[in-house]
Design a binder for this molecule. Sequence first.
Ligand SMILES: [Zn+2]
Length: 137
Amino acid sequence: MRSGYKLRLFAAAAAALILCVLFALWYPGYMRKYRLETCEKARRVLEYTYTHKVEAALTANGGREVDVDYEKLLQESYRECFGRTPGEDGRISGICRGGGTWTTTIDPETHHIRTVCDADGHGAVQTFVNEPFQYVQ
Ligand SMILES: [Zn+2]
C-alpha cells in the first residue's frame, strides 16, 4: 500500500519533469519564431504606410514621379508607425524584439523600400518589388 503511493508519487514527479524538459526545448524556438513574425509584420506595416503615402502624393500631383520626395515620405512613415525616425546613418534599433537593427533603403528606380533587419535569421522584407505605384487620375 505504502510502496504503491511512492510509485505513484515518483511517476507524477517524472511526468512533471518530462513536461518541464519538453517546455524548455519548445519555448526558445517559439519565442524566436514569434520575434521574427512581429519584426516582419512591423516592417510590412512600414512598407504599406510608405506605399500609401507615395500613391497619395502621386495622385495629388497627377502622377509626376520626379516631384515626389520619397525620402521625406519614408521619414513620415517611420514617425507615423513607430514615433521616431532612423538616425543619420539610416539605421534604427529598438523596434525588432529580437534585438535587431533595421536599415531601410529606397530603390533608385522603382522607389519601393527594402527594410533589412540584422537580427539572426530576420533578413529583408520587400513586398511590392515589381508592382508600380498606383495613382488615381
Ligand atoms: Zn528583426
